[in-house]
Design a binder for this molecule. Structure first.
Ligand code: ADP
Length: 483
């Protein structure tokens, strides 16, 4: 009989998405199914979600704090994955995204909305419509509190908690703890109490059988005050249960040989001509001067985490190097303005697009020589994996998933053929310049460039690999160990 795993989360692509969590919650259960695990997803029935599922049926009800919620069963569009929706229109069928109203303000009753969702998940952990999970896998703080009610159940499923972003913790007050009728014995620092407040995240950390985060290096980093967002102490207490498993990428959508978003597709054999054709087209599209200069790109949110400000801080010395830059992103208004001024002052040399544009992200990744990621912290990161698949050399700060998925070009890794990119250490102007200069040196040596590209393009970043690691973790928990 196959292993049954229920994933509970506040987002799932394509039904509800504000970030990478949604991609993981769709892709991981699908990849688990492919390796023989029976995986399901449980999600609140937000506005518009029910209409997207053609085979939806009412399969049960749960009573949470005096409210009746419906449990609807159906299949996720495209992937066919089985899904349970928690139906409670007055809590979930609202305009805006899963957490905010139309004006971007968080809903005032978010602790109630996700606390009730967590209690519904806890009831489903006992089984519904003939399906009972062996493992309940909770994602981020919005689902974490389910552990408070599942953990004391006799014969309960094993509990796994994944931290996708430690910066968001679901911090509320004793009033909300009381209103949600969380078991009173959990009001202490090894339960859900956090400096006098109430932390949803701590239920995941303190009450689950295993904790995972999305890369091995980030799993080590969050044990330190620098990266721990005040939870490093709680995590250190539970470090023997903590695992880092790197996310996969959608290897079909991000394949340069079949990518319909590109003007010219290419593979390993015609990587030079393929990338040149894409580069010429992109230069025209973005108004960059034609020519041989290497193209450096940045794609991502303009946020403290991503270090886009470091590129601006290094703009003078960067332009002394023989390169052109293309930047795609949105976020901090001041950074948007400064990038705008820079691009205006450097026509033909610096191109900027301030929007979210999937197609352009693909075209830039195909056209680029170097991709810069100066992140201050990076739980996993995706762009560096896309870059390698597209024969683009990533230049990344040595942190989190960037450190784990890019192999720095050292004398040793160049000799044994494992190098795929460049690491730099410091999140400052000197660090960025050091990394970019090394990237340019590697590009200038055609033999090394070809070797790095070949190795990067052959890397396996598939979800299957990650799914196998999760499967091993589930199995070890069911066998009574903590791996
Ligand atoms: P995070 O989830 O922290 O923003 P990730 O690297 O894990 O960072 O995932 C973000 C994804 O969104 C990446 O694939 C990135 O390329 C993409 N992305 C971010 N900003 C843009 C943009 N403006 N246009 C297109 N894609 C973008």
């Amino acid at each position: 009989m196959s292993l049954k795993v229920l994933h509970a989360a506040s987002e799932c692509q394509p039904l509800a998405k504000t970030g990478g969590l949604a991609d993981v919650v769709a892709a991981l259960p699908a990849a688990l199914t492919a390796v023989g695990v029976e995986a399901r997803v449980c999600l609140p029935a937000y506005r518009g979600v029910k209409q997207q599922i053609s085979d939806l049926a009412w399969v049960g009800g749960v009573n949470v704090l005096g409210q009746d919620f419906g449990v609807l069963e159906g299949s996720l569009p495209e992937r066919g994955l089985k899904l349970w929706l928690i139906d409670c229109p007055h809590l979930y069928e609202r305009p805006g995204d899963p957490y905010h109203d139309m004006h971007g303000r968080p809903w005032h009753d978010n602790p109630w909305r996700f606390g009730c969702f967590a209690q519904a998940v806890a009831q489903l952990a006992r089984g519904c419509n003939g399906w009972k999970p062996d493992v309940v896998h909770l994602h981020d703080w919005q689902a974490a509190l389910a552990a408070a009610w599942i953990e004391p159940l006799p014969g309960r499923p094993r509990l796994v908690f994944t931290i996708h972003n430690l910066a968001y913790q679901g911090l509320y007050s004793r009033d909300e703890f009381n209103a949600l009728q969380v078991p009173g014995y959990l009001w202490h620092m090894h339960g859900v109490e956090f400096w006098g407040g109430f932390s949803f995240m701590k239920a995941g950390i303190n009450l689950c059988d295993a904790i995972t985060t999305v890369s091995p290096t980030y799993a080590r980093e969050i044990l330190t005050p620098e990266f721990g967002h005040s939870l490093d102490g709680a995590l250190r207490d539970r470090r023997s249960l903590l695992h880092g498993i790197v996310n996969g990428i959608d290897a079909e959508a991000w394949n340069p040989a079949t990518d319909l978003l590109l003007g010219s597709t290419y593979g390993n054999r015609n990587v030079v001509s393929g990338k040149n054709a894409n580069k010429a087209a992109l230069k025209e599209e973005l108004g960059l001067a034609p020519g041989e200069e290497p193209l450096l790109i940045f794609i991502g949110r303009f946020a403290e985490q991503k270090g886009a400000d470091l590129i601006l801080a290094a703009r003078g010395p960067l332009l002394e190097l023989p390169l052109q830059l293309a930047v795609l992103g949105t976020g901090d208004r001041q950074l948007e303005r400064q990038f705008g001024e820079w691009a205006e002052a450097q026509p033909g040399r610096v191109a900027l697009r301030l929007r979210y544009d999937e197609g352009l992200a693909h075209r830039m990744t195909a056209a680029a020589d170097l991709q810069l990621m100066p992140s201050r912290f990076e739980p996993c990161g995706l762009n560096q994996m896309y870059a390698q698949r597209y024969g683009t050399i990533p230049v990344v700060r040595r942190t989190g998933g960037l450190a784990d998925t890019v192999t720095d070009a050292t004398a040793e890794s160049l000799a044994d053929g494992s190098a795929t990119g460049v690491h730099f250490q410091h999140a400052d102007v000197g660090g960025v310049l050091h990394g970019v200069r090394r990237g340019l040196e590697l590009l200038a040596d055609k033999t090394l460039r070809a070797r790095l590209r070949r190795t990067g393009m052959a890397r396996d970043f598939s979800w299957t690999r990650s799914a196998r690691q999760y499967e091993q973790l589930y199995t070890s928990l069911l066998n009574g160990g903590h791996t």
